[in-house]
Design a protein around this ligand. Structure first.
Ligand SMILES: Nc1ncnc2c1ncn2[C@@H]1O[C@H](COP(=O)(O)OS(=O)(=O)O)[C@@H](OP(=O)(O)O)[C@H]1O
Ligand SMILES: [Mg+2]
Length: 456
């Protein structure tokens, strides 16, 4: 992750002249620009209104106002998420942090779509964008307001920005602007951060994790490829306490609001869909006062999995979500990574066949797959990477607890629960699967059958 140099991709846009090249129309660009201007106008209006945003002067007021906001928005619900649990306060902080980061991701994704911004290729050839860095910084900032000594394990670090010469400096400057804008949308009186502050915040993510104490785990933009393609991505945050996941908060700003992920099926099954992109550019989910797409899932151990609107301005109660309760192979769906390089699609097809699943796989970028299983859009998630690939904790921590709290089971391909306490990597038997508890057992048998026949 620590890269010595930053390379700008393409001539002015992440999508231009790259392997992932896509083009977009001027009409969709114009829609995006209009939508983003609306977002800004709306937020600026709120900032001027004394009642629109609670002004936070110190940490205590800061936290209690968030807790009250959470309570207000659930007043008609029978249950209030996380209320009375050991992690009630952390749940409110995590929800708030992910929502602040969502505004950044919305903005940067729209910039990428309009070709106003570029993604960056790290030395290991993986992609990173301004949003990855800025989202990590604001989440570290938000948690740090309450927990200055937090331990934090995040995907990004600021080495490439600090050691990247003039390019690095320029990118850092843009990140600092994004970070300050996002923080001030939610906390108008917060202190303006400098480039050095932002570097320090990003670098909080250099923690090593481990079995002792509390550790926040973050993938600031999980599914970066989906993100730069204008598709699904997730802001995936988790809290591990004494080696156990105890809390998850995952922002999915482009996830269709309810059930039917298949509305976006063209994009998953056949590649790019202009309809999908234009829908997303029609307005950032974090800017809307009506809830038509995007959500944040939260889960505290023992308290279920909840789905909230991305924007705190949407006054809708969070809903409790559950994994699918029955398994009818004719209706069942399984989801998996989009890219063949990340998971064996031949193997998952064979397992699905053993289970009797008839429909095509739902290929979704990022941990949105865990969200899909948690709220029963899909019955099963499977990922079988190449043997030499080592999975990282931040690619799963946020999503795993959501599925577990929605009544599901997540394990490696041998049925062993994932252990997040071993540092930055997971130690796995072959792959990762998630399903309802009833189906998980069938899944283990199906994997064994495919494994036996593949080994013949
Ligand atoms: N070779 C290989 N095999 C398996 N997994 C890999 C591999 N390379 C990368 N990664 C990690 O996969 C993360 C993206 O997972 P997805 O499920 O979103 O994959 S896909 O883009 O839909 O194919 C991706 O997370 P992001 O970097 O946040 O996008 C990587 O951490
Ligand atoms: Mg990731």
């Amino acid at each position: 992750m620590s890269e010595a140099s930053l390379m700008m991709r393409g001539g002015g846009c992440a999508w231009k002249g790259t392997n992932n090249a896509r083009t977009t129309t001027s009409a969709t660009c114009e829609n995006g620009r209009r939508a983003f201007n609306n977002l800004l106008a709306q937020k600026q209006k709120q900032r001027r209104s004394p009642n629109a945003t609670v002004k936070k002067k110190n940490n205590k007021a800061f936290i209690s106002s968030v807790a009250v906001a959470a309570e207000d928005s659930t007043q008609v619900a029978n249950e209030i998420p996380a209320k009375g649990t050991k992690y009630e306060r952390e749940n409110a902080i995590a929800l708030d942090a992910v929502r602040i980061a969502s505004t950044i991701c919305d903005k940067v994704q729209a910039q990428l779509m309009r070709m106003d911004e570029k993604s960056i290729t790290k030395g290991d050839k993986s992609l990173v964008t301004l949003a990855d860095y800025a989202a990590q910084a604001v989440i570290a900032w938000r948690i740090g307001q309450d927990e200055p000594d937090m331990k934090f394990l995040g995907e990004e670090d600021a080495d490439a920005l600090v050691n990247g010469g003039e390019d690095g400096k320029e990118v850092l400057g843009k990140i600092t602007i994004l970070v300050n804008e996002a923080i001030h949308l939610f906390y108008p009186e917060a202190k303006e951060l400098t480039d050095d502050d932002v570097v320090a915040l990003i670098d909080k993510g250099k923690g090593e994790g481990g079995p002792e104490g509390r550790h926040w785990i973050l993938d600031p933009v999980d599914g970066t490829l989906g993100f730069v393609r204008g598709d699904q991505y997730a802001i995936a945050l988790a809290l591990m306490d004494q080696g156990k996941l105890v809390l998850g908060a995952m922002g999915c700003p482009n996830m269709p609001k309810s059930g039917d992920v298949l509305e976006f099926n063209d994009a998953y099954s056949y590649g790019f869909s202009p309809r999908t992109v234009s829908k997303m550019l029609a307005g950032g989910s974090s800017a809307k006062t009506d809830w038509y797409k995007g959500c944040v899932f939260t889960a505290v151990r023992g308290n279920g999995c909840w789905m909230w609107p991305t924007s705190p301005d949407v006054k809708v109660s969070p809903t409790k979500v559950h994994v699918s309760s029955a398994f009818d192979p004719r209706k069942a769906r399984f989801c998996e990574p989009v890219m063949k390089a990340n998971s064996s699609q031949g193997f998952t097809a064979s397992v699905a066949d053993n289970l009797g699943i008839e429909s095509k796989p739902l290929r979704i970028y990022s941990q949105v797959k865990y969200g899909s299983v948690a709220r029963a859009d899909a019955d099963v998630f499977m990922k079988f990477p190449k043997a030499e690939y080592r999975e990282k904790v931040w690619d799963h921590a946020g999503g795993v607890i959501l599925v577990e709290e929605a009544g599901g089971v997540v394990s490696d391909a041998g049925g062993v629960p994932l252990d997040f306490s071993k540092g930055r990597y997971l130690e796995l038997d072959r792959g990762i699967v998630a399903a309802s508890s009833a189906l998980h057992e069938k899944l283990m048998q199906a994997i064994q059958m495919s494994w036996d026949s593949a080994a013949l």
